[in-house]
Design a protein around this ligand. Structure first.
Ligand code: APR
Length: 229
């Protein structure tokens, strides 16, 4: 039997209960830094050491964190659905929970990329990229993440995935950042949609929406009931 396609779109909120801070809960500062200091191409040119140090610290936190019951519940749904995850998160908690199909719109912190050619990507062994590490072209390695102002190469693929959803779930995103936030409008109007978030974001004129105003780990329990799992 062909499994129905379940598309799960996640943001920082799904990793909050794993101890990783969200962006907007930190009133505009990310771990005490203004994003323009550490998460833009200009920041990398101005002070690459600070940017590298910032992401090395983020990476240490990610490696020390564990998937929570929301990550695990989504991975378990692969038994009953063809699950595709689209995430804005740069952590690897979905993968570590056992999810197989994960599209990272904003990159993933466990990989490095050439600062000269973004298509040259390297897994990071350990938790640090050091400034003396270079790619095969000899340019310094940077985190494989999408900085503010950079292109989101996976956005077209993500839109096609959303358009094929038989069931769509949004967990833990404020839908504050485009183009990612626009993906919800690629989901067919008749497709049932579920939103899990203590503060349900504004979702415009979407139809067939069930709002679950709970945390990710609590909300997934309701979701399983709705999906009759
Ligand atoms: N469970 C579920 N949702 C939660 C929880 C939780 N325990 N805690 C917080 N949330 C929700 C918040 O209510 C908010 O709607 O998670 C959302 C977090 O929103 P943001 O901090 O804006 O994170 P996100 O939407 O992923 O940000 C998008 O912005 O900073 C850029 O590139 C960065 O990928 C990031 C993008």
């Amino acid at each position: 039997m062909i499994k129905r396609k379940l598309v799960v779109f996640t943001g920082a909120g799904i990793s909050a209960e794993s101890g990783l801070k969200t962006f907007r809960d930190a009133d505009g500062l990310w771990e005490g830094y203004d994003v323009t200091e550490v998460a833009t191409p200009e920041a990398w040119i101005r002070n690459p050491e600070l940017v590298q140090r910032f992401y090395n610290e983020r990476r240490r936190q990610v490696l020390a964190a564990s998937p929570n019951n929301a990550h695990l519940a989504i991975a378990a749904l692969q038994q009953d659905f063809d699950v595709e995850i689209i995430t804005q998160n740069i952590d690897d908690l979905h993968e570590r929970a056992g999810s197989k199909k994960v599209t990272h719109l904003h990159g993933i912190i466990t990989y490095a990329q050439s600062s000269k050619n973004p298509n040259l990507i390297y897994p990071i062994n350990g938790d640090e990229i050091n400034m003396d590490e270079v790619c095969e072209l000899g340019s310094p390695l940077r985190p494989h993440v999408v900085w503010f102002g950079e292109a989101v190469p996976m956005i077209e693929i993500a839109a096609k995935i959303c358009a094929k959803a038989d069931v769509f779930v949004l967990i833990g995103s404020s839908l504050a950042v485009y183009p990612a936030a626009g993906l919800v409008h690629y989901v067919r109007s008749k497709t049932p949609k579920f939103i899990i978030d203590p503060k349900i974001p504004d979702i415009g004129g979407l139809s067939n929406v069930t709002k679950i105003s709970k945390s990710a780990t609590e909300g997934v329990k309701d979701l399983l009931n709705y999906l009759k799992i």
